[in-house]
Structures are given as C-alpha cells and as structure tokens.
Design a binder for this molecule. Structure first.
Ligand SMILES: Nc1ncnc2c1ncn2[C@@H]1O[C@H](COP(=O)(O)OP(=O)(O)O)[C@@H](O)[C@H]1O
Ligand SMILES: [Mg+2]
Length: 154
C-alpha cells in the first residue's frame, strides 16, 4: 500500500468542492478523485472500522475480486480505492462467473473462501450495490462490513 499521499492537498480540494460525490453509505461518504480512484471518508465510528477492514482485506487478498485500496490515512478516516463503474443488475456478476444463482456464486472454487476468511456475509456480498465494474470485470467495492462490525455497531 502506498502511503505517500498528500492528504492535506486532498482535504483542501475537498473543502473547495473539487470532488463530485459518488455515493453515500451508512458509514462513509464517497467522492470521485478524478484519476480513476475514489475517496471514502468515514462519517462515524462504523465508517472508520469499515475503512480499516477494507485496507486489511485489500492488503492480504491475492485475487482480483476486490477493488483495491491504494492507500488509507493512519487513523482510517480517509481511504483511497480504485474507482468502479455502477452495475445495475446482478445478472452481470452471475453471467461473468457463469452461474445461475447467487447461492452457486459463493460456492465456486475461486469465491468460496471469501465469506469465512474475511467474515463477510453472502447476503451482503450478493447485493448489487456492493459491486462495481472495472475493465468489464465485476469487482466488490463495499467489503468492510464484517460480522464483527455488524455485532458491534448495528
Ligand atoms: N470503489 C468505488 N467506485 C465507485 N463507487 C463507489 C466505490 N466505493 C463506493 N462507491 C459508491 O459509494 C457508495 C457508498 O460507499 P460504500 O463503500 O458502500 O460505503 P458504506 O460502507 O458506508 O456503505 C456505494 O454504494 C457506491 O455507490
Ligand atoms: Mg455500502
């Protein structure tokens, strides 16, 4: 992970309104940084925890299934991630992986390790809003919501 990011410059740009808002989740607000990356800003304690989890998973995961975290601030307030395009239909993900049902998806050899290794729920992983597209491939963009965080904050 690259930590040589000029956070002050990014925060200045943010204050000047230079970054369009891309989305707003329960824990984070997401801005388009304009260079194929997004900025996720924690809005509350859950958001900090989610940023921390995404940094961790992105660092240890060796697949291309997750949109990569490029950098995060030491306090997990800010996180920079590869930008993905919107997907409107989960059929795109199923068709990419050549499965007929969501249940089959996380039974595939190359995805079945994800729920237990990272403590992520299949029901969350199968929500279209948690996926995006990069280079015509589906990628998971919201993967900070582990069972531990659910129990602690929700
Ligand atoms: N990597 C990304 N590329 C493009 N849009 C994103 C990306 N990550 C998040 N978003 C947008 O921002 C919204 C909120 O981000 P998300 O990670 O889901 O935050 P939360 O964990 O608070 O739900 C998403 O639903 C999506 O619309
Ligand atoms: Mg979300």
């Amino acid at each position: 992970m690259n930590t040589s990011v000029d956070w002050e410059q990014i925060i200045d740009n943010l204050k000047m309104g230079n970054y369009p808002v891309l989305g707003n989740g329960s824990g984070r607000k997401v801005y388009d940084l304009g260079n194929d990356t997004v900025l996720k800003i924690a809005k509350n304690i859950k958001g900090y925890a989610q940023n921390e989890v995404e940094s961790f998973i992105s660092e240890i995961d060796e697949s291309d299934t997750f949109a990569k975290v490029l950098c995060a601030s030491g306090d997990n307030h800010y996180l920079i991630m590869e930008k993905a395009g919107f997907i409107t239909n989960f059929a795109f993900v199923r068709s990419y992986y050549r499965v007929k049902s969501n249940r089959e998806l996380f039974r595939l050899n190359n995805l079945s390790y994800i729920p237990h290794k990272y403590n992520l729920l299949v029901s969350d992983l199968c929500r279209p809003v948690n996926w995006g597209v990069r280079e015509n491939r589906p990628v998971i963009i919201d993967y900070g919501f582990t069972g531990r965080i659910r129990r602690k904050y929700y």
